[in-house]
Every structure is written in structure tokens, then in C-alpha cells.
Design a protein around this ligand. Structure first.
Ligand SMILES: *Cc1c(COP(=O)(O)O)cnc(C)c1O
Length: 222
């Protein structure tokens, strides 16, 4: 199927309250424009340099999300342009983003990345760490960063039971924190679900899907 066909099939499958973010890492600008011309406006990138370059050369009405690991030195390449940063994976990074925003008169929305997968390589907070951090922020709120929820990734596995177990963990943590932190009305997003596991994610309470391969086909390095 073409990009346009994949996209329209996928949109029919996804409930209206769930946001579809197309992950365009390693995809050419022409490829992104195919989805854009089919009416899609929300894209996400993983690498700061590639992100900044695409933001500057593609249409201005695209809503860009950032979903990759972010080093402090790259904050300036990402924060000014990102509608939502899904991948805040340390307390240090969170405070650095808040500082950067204060100095530059910006506001930014972020999600905390929670590590539930089996792979050690994935970044993020444990649920305990995130819970503690949220308590701290309740007492001493950030100045310019809005916490909009959490993001998580399931283990890369064929074991569907394991994937559902991890999504269930993420959902229950998310809903408990949402209940606990009613002082943050914007804490309402649960970013989970990729090409291989989005069907489970939708059933288990995801509000944002991050899908690349299913729509764009296999990625080739630029
Ligand atoms: C690459 C990536 C995706 C998209 O993965 P696909 O399997 O291509 O859908 C989603 N989330 C993150 C964090 C990614 O790095």
C-alpha cells in the first residue's frame, strides 16, 4: 500500500480521541510531504540535528514532536520548535529545559518517559522515581514547563502477553498519577503504541500513538 492508503486505513482504525503522531526519523522530506499532502500535520523526530533541519525546511503548520533521547547540549535545537517532548528521561534534563525556557521566554510541554521494558538500552524513569519527582514538583512547580503526562515503550518482543502487561502497568501508573495530580489539568496524555503494538496500546488506554514503519515502510538511514 502507498503512504496515503496506509495512513487512511490507520486513521479509520484509531478512535477519535487518540492522537496519531507519524514518526518520520530517517525519512526524506519528500516522503514526509506525501503524508502532509494527504492532510496529516503531526510528525515526530528522534535526533536533534535532523529535527531542526526538517522543522526549518518543511511547512510551518506542521506540529512537531520530539521523541528521542535529548542531551543537555541539544536543548536549543529542540525546545523552541517542539509542541511536545515525549522523552524527558531524567530530572536533570527536566530542570535544564525549564531553565532554558525561562531564559528564552518560552513555554514547553513535556511527558516523562517511563521505563517498563525489559531492555536495558531504553531510557527513562522507574515508576517510583517518577512518582517521587511528581510529588516534588507539586510542592515546587516548574516555571515554564508543563507536564502533560507520560510516555512509555514496550519491550521489543513477539510475546503479546508481555506487551499487554507492560502497557497495563503504564496505564495504571498514568491514571493513578492523573488522579493524584488533579492540580495539573494538562496531565492527561499517555503516549504509548508503535507500529507493531498500537492495537494493544489503543485497547489499553493510549492517548497518543507514535507510528513510523507502518505508514512509511522500513526506514533507510539518510
Ligand atoms: C522509532 C520510534 C517509534 C516508531 O516506531 P515504528 O516501529 O517505526 O512505528 C516510536 N517511538 C519511538 C520512541 C521511536 O524511537
Amino acid at each position: 500500500m502507498s503512504i496515503i492508503e496506509e495512513l487512511s486505513a490507520l486513521k479509520k482504525e484509531i478512535p477519535s480521541g487518540v492522537k496519531l503522531v507519524l514518526v518520520s526519523k530517517f525519512q526524506s522530506e519528500e516522503t514526509i510531504m506525501e503524508a502532509y499532502n494527504a492532510g496529516h500535520r503531526i510528525f515526530a523526530e528522534n535526533y536533534p540535528q535532523e529535527f531542526e533541519k526538517k522543522v526549518k525546511s518543511l511547512p510551518e503548520d506542521i506540529e512537531w514532536h520530539f521523541i528521542g533521547h535529548l542531551q543537555s547540549s541539544k536543548i536549543k535545537m529542540v525546545v523552541p520548535y517542539a509542541s511536545l517532548i515525549h522523552s524527558v528521561d531524567s530530572e536533570k534534563l527536566l530542570y535544564e529545559i525549564d531553565d532554558y525556557c525561562q531564559k528564552n521566554g518560552l513555554k514547553t510541554k513535556v511527558l516523562l518517559e517511563i521505563h517498563v521494558a525489559r531492555e536495558e538500552t531504553k531510557h527513562g524513569f522507574t515508576m517510583d522515581e517518577a512518582e517521587e519527582l511528581l510529588e516534588k514538583l507539586r510542592k515546587e512547580p516548574l516555571k515554564c514547563v508543563t507536564l502533560c503526562g507520560i510516555m512509555g515503550m514496550a519491550t521489543l518482543t513477539d510475546d503479546n502477553i508481555e506487551i499487554q502487561r507492560e502497557f497495563t502497568l503504564l496505564y495504571s501508573f498514568y491514571s493513578r498519577m492523573k488522579q493524584r495530580h488533579l492540580q495539573w489539568p494538562e496531565f492527561k496524555e499517555l503516549s504509548m503504541g508503535m507500529s507493531e503494538d498500537y492495537k494493544y496500546a489503543v485497547r489499553l488506554g493510549s492517548t497518543i500513538l507514535r507510528i513510523g514503519t507502518k505508514v512509511f515502510g522500513k526506514r533507510e538511514k539518510l
